[in-house]
Design a protein around this ligand. Structure first.
Ligand code: C2O
Ligand code: CU
Ligand code: CU
Length: 494
């Protein structure tokens, strides 16, 4: 499959999911050699690994006490060519951290790398000093011990490093993991919740490699602008894995953990599934779809009915800029325990527009002609938010504690640079009010922390800024854009 045009991708739906066996044409754009060819490795033999649940060191269960080591490792994605990787408590990716709302949460994070890292809790509502963004570096060889109380509803969040200029590279090498928040509500819901059996995390990421087996992560201008788009697809760190599921309802927790790819995800037989949760928790009711678009950093929980459909299938992942991959083969074995779909999930605390004290405007610009002379200004003004690049010594926005605000975010793409962006806010879960003035689709009407903004599009979001003061980030979650400075800081002030 050739590079997908935007229109095909967004409107294509089912057609866009046509199955392609292997390979990418994305790299041919670079006109470079030195990358491993286009054939897929793995051959659907390895079982899908499920990240282990991180042990709670507090055996009483009264609090959540964890320990994690950031470490270098190697993985043989290609036999005989070990790839140098990074991982949490392992070679690649990290364990799943499961915590309950209301619990005190502490974790020792030991950085054994020879470079700085951070550990950011993506999607978490938390005190700024424990956010793990660029303001909380963990220098090489040191320990960081965040300590706060979980204060949000059940959701699938994730964690990843966020050091200035290093996020993309460190995530690419393997630093990412999931955080599950559970509460009385998720306990009660009649949905699959047996970890790794009928409640399965899927961390979806693409990668590309050099001939010598190392990750081909570069920061040349092409890669910064377009993002590093891979021609191999990994699910939970493995190429072409297979998964056995029970013949009932199966809950898949999808994370687009790629650096800069936007994925349309569905199944080979185009079966309908139900979206039950977005970034920040459950939707009001299941939303039937047969494919879902997730930009880098977004999550969705879906329920797939393997009793109704019975037959085996594959998870298909279509890159907006790149190829279509058979990412995971799924086979059904034995009966499932949950066989019905709940009619209702969770009442959404809808934030009324009238509650907002004001509107803040954000322009995400791929390339700006603004300012001085053409040409000169251009190169200095690529990948900006409101014309600025990230400066850790500058506070870009101040928001009053306890206030509600509408943020109006426009992707203004100039010239030939039709670049989608993925806007992410730290600390809060927002709601999407509109896309170009229209009501967002039902699966985008829940709690979100990351939202795709297509070229020319204006997305309005609304959020409350509660509980904590301090400095947080907002940025494009295409990590190459973020590292290049497409990021700003908002301070919540009392
Ligand atoms: Cu997932 Cu500021 O990042
Ligand atoms: Cu975040
Ligand atoms: Cu971007």
């Amino acid at each position: 499959m050739k590079i997908m045009k935007r229109r095909t991708f967004l409107k294509g739906g089912l057609a866009a999911l046509a199955l392609a066996g292997a390979g990418s044409t994305g790299l041919s754009l670079l006109g470079r050699t030195g990358y491993i060819g286009t054939a897929q490795a793995g051959g659907f033999s390895a079982p899908l690994p499920v990240p282990p649940l991180l042990d709670n060191l507090d055996k009483s269960g009264q609090s959540a006490r964890f320990a994690m080591t950031v470490q270098p490792g190697t993985v043989e994605f290609f036999p005989g060519k070990p790839t140098e990787t990074l991982g949490y408590n392992g070679n690649f990716l990290g364990p799943t951290i499961r915590v309950r709302n209301g619990r005190r949460f502490t974790i020792n994070v030991d950085n054994t790398l020879d470079q700085v890292t951070t550990l950011h809790w993506h999607g978490m509502h938390l005190p700024a000093r424990w956010d793990g963004g660029p303001r909380q570096p963990i220098p090489a060889g040191t320990r960081w011990t965040p300590d706060f109380t979980i204060k949000q509803q059940a959701a699938t969040l994730w964690y990843h490093p966020h050091a200035m200029g290093l996020t993309g590279e460190q995530v690419y090498h393997g630093l990412a993991g999931l955080v599950y928040i559970e509460d009385e509500y998720s306990d009660r819901l009649e949905i699959p919740k047996t970890y790794g059996v009928d409640d399965i995390p899927l961390v979806i990421q693409d990668r590309r490699f050099l001939d010598n087996g190392q990750f081909a992560y570069t920061r040349n201008m092409h890669d910064v602008m377009n993002g590093v788009i891979g021609n191999y697809m990994l699910v939970n760190g493995v190429m072409q894995p297979v998964l056995e599921v029970p013949g009932g309802m199966v809950r898949l927790r999808l994370l687009n953990g790629s650096n800069s790819s936007i994925y349309r995800i569905g199944f080979a037989d185009q079966r309908v599934f139900d979206v039950i949760a977005s970034d920040g928790g459950f939707l009001e009711a299941p939303v039937p779809m047969n494919s879902i678009v997730l930009s880098a950093g977004e999550r969705a929980e879906i329920l797939v009915d393997f009793a109704a459909h019975g037959q085996d299938t594959s998870l298909i992942v279509n890159q907006m800029k790149g190829s279509t991959f058979e990412a995971l083969r799924i086979s059904v074995k034995g009966p499932g325990t949950i066989t019905t779909m709940p009619k209702e999930l969770r009442k959404l605390d809808r934030i009324p527009e009238s509650e907002a004290s004001g509107i803040r405007e954000f322009i995400m610009e791929t390339m700006s002609m603004g300012g001085g002379r053409m040409g000169m200004g251009m190169m200095g003004k690529r990948l900006t938010i409101n014309g600025k690049k990230m400066d850790i010594n500058r506070i870009d926005e101040q928001v009053k504690l306890g206030s509600t605000e509408i943020w109006e975010i426009t992707n203004r793409s100039a010239m030939m640079m039709n670049m989608p962006h993925s806007m992410h806010l730290h600390d809060v879960q927002f709601q999407v009010l509109s896309r170009n003035g229209a009501t967002p689709p039902p699966h985008e009407q829940g709690r979100k922390d990351t939202v795709l903004i297509m070229p020319g599009e204006t997305v309005r979001i609304i959020s409350r800024f509660l509980d904590y003061t301090g400095v947080y980030m907002y940025h494009c979650h295409l990590l190459e854009h973020e590292d290049d400075g497409m990021m700003g800081q908002f301070e919540v002030i009392s």
